[in-house]
Design a protein around this ligand. Structure first.
Ligand code: ATR
Length: 273
């Protein structure tokens, strides 16, 4: 029997065990998926223990995505560039290799909703943290040509576009003023997470009714950003899709095929509503 895990702190809220277990059942795979709470100072011991006990692979979440890199045997190119790992695979030779499936997971989720025909359209990524970096990189690799990054701290937006060699960097205030020029808007800041807060720290009043608005946050499902987009009749892409697809790409690394993402997105969407 194979077994998998997710490590983080806190971990009780993780939907990964439920998601992966449901896929094993659907696909007739004899495997288990266990959530494990790992404190920051015990990460190295935890990784060595998982390896020793024969884990086939595991997910990595907050606060270990960056610090785990030093304890793995190999790091995939994308994860190395992102400086963060969210998926670990045990290789044939027993070594542990780290991947990052967040950015590609986002792009698959976006394109599951809007298809591939918008790759030449203007994209605005709001935020310049780790999540924004992974998404910008994945979009660039899929051929999105016209990417702008806005951030409260503009220097971080500049660092991001310089590092990836994409588009341009602007402030959130500039983004607010020019918002209707962008077709695809991607909200990646933690500001979008504030539950029950109807005001974002920057104005999104000028959003085009033709826009496609995506958020990486899925709890709440309808963030203030998506709620506004929905109110004006824009297309919305919730954060559930990114969560499901990042997990599905991990699943494919471990088990060799892509699981059913559509049914999972519907099920989780119902659960968090
Ligand atoms: P993650 O890895 O989830 O992207 P992060 O690297 O800590 O998290 O990045 C958080 C992002 O949210 C940053 O873009 C941050 O802006 P700054 O770089 O200016 O800090 C943004 N952010 C967090 N709180 C914000 C707020 N109240 N208003 C605007 N942006 C905010």
């Amino acid at each position: 029997k194979k077994w998998f895990a997710v490590i983080g702190d806190p971990i009780a809220q993780s939907k990964s065990p439920e998601m992966h277990t449901s896929w094993y059942e659907n696909d007739g795979i004899d495997a288990a998926f266990i959530p494990i709470q790992v404190k920051k100072e015990e990460l190295e011991k935890a990784v060595d223990s998982l390896k020793l006990l024969g884990v086939s692979g595991f997910c990595v979440t907050i606060p270990h995505k960056q610090s785990i890199i030093q304890y793995l045997d190999e790091i995939d190119e994308t994860a190395r560039l992102m400086g963060a790992v969210n998926t670990v695979v045990r290789l044939q030779n027993g070594k542990l290799k780290g991947y990052n499936t967040d950015g590609d997971g986002f792009v698959r989720s976006l394109e599951e909703v809007i298809g591939e025909e918008h790759r030449d359209q203007s994209v605005l990524i709001i935020g310049a943290g780790g999540a924004a970096r992974g998404i910008a990189f994945a979009l660039k690799n899929q051929g999105y040509e016209n990417i702008t990054v806005s951030n409260r701290t503009v220097s971080k937006a500049h660092d991001l576009v310089d590092a990836l060699g994409i588009g341009k960097a602007i402030s959130n205030d500039e983004a607010s003023e020019t918002l209707n020029q962008y077709k695809i808007l991607i909200q990646t800041t933690s500001a979008g997470m504030i539950y029950g807060d109807t005001d974002l720290p920057f104005s999104i009043d000028d959003m085009s009714t033709e826009a496609i608005a995506a958020d990486i946050v899925y709890n709440p499902l309808m963030t203030p950003f998506l709620q506004h987009a929905s109110n004006i009749g824009a297309t919305i892409v919730t954060g559930i899709g990114m969560f499901v697809h990042q997990g599905a790409i991990a699943y494919e690394h471990w088990l060799g095929h892509y699981p059913n993402t559509k049914a999972m997105i519907e099920k989780l969407t119902e659960n968090v509503k």
